[in-house]
Design a protein around this ligand. Sequence first.
Ligand code: ADP
Ligand code: MG
Length: 166
Amino acid sequence: MKSLPYFCRGEVVRGFGRGSKELGIPTANFPDSVVEHLPADISTGIYYGWACVGSGDVYKMVMSIGWNPYYKNTKKSMETHVIHTFKEDFYGEVLSVVLVGYIRPERSFDSLDALISAINGDIEEAKVKLDQPEHLKLKTDNFFSSAPHSPSAATTAGNSSIINGH
Ligand code: ADP
Ligand code: MG
């Protein structure tokens, strides 16, 4: 995918309430404005990369890019699981991410257990891949240190600065 690595950020909004948190794998959702900027060659599926909340530390993440059921599967959604245990939810804060690589396409599972073990496998793969030197260097990219402190700043800067092609 020629658009990788892909940098973007936006305010964390409420998701579909599918209970990801109850499965132990909360996923922070981006608003439509961020999803709409995704380059066409970024297909649906599971990705690994780096993420930071507000001006906090940069952590490993896995992201699911899927078809959004609210729009009869005509629009995409982007859901990020940050590989870190946070003390509190961070709805309304700015999430900055870089998509680094692709893990697998989306698929359906026969059971909840099968889904959870697939996601845990994705998380393990992300951890290993991101330790490679060429991926580690993205963790300290200026993009993260320049993260805006407020969602309104992210929106203003955001639409014109969906930064890519580093
Ligand atoms: P929703 O349907 O609103 O997305 P989830 O059950 O998927 O609900 O939970 C997502 C929310 O959990 C995020 O928006 C964020 O505020 C919070 N959260 C806490 N820890 C994490 C984490 N490690 N990764 C992603 N989101 C997290
Ligand atoms: Mg979610």
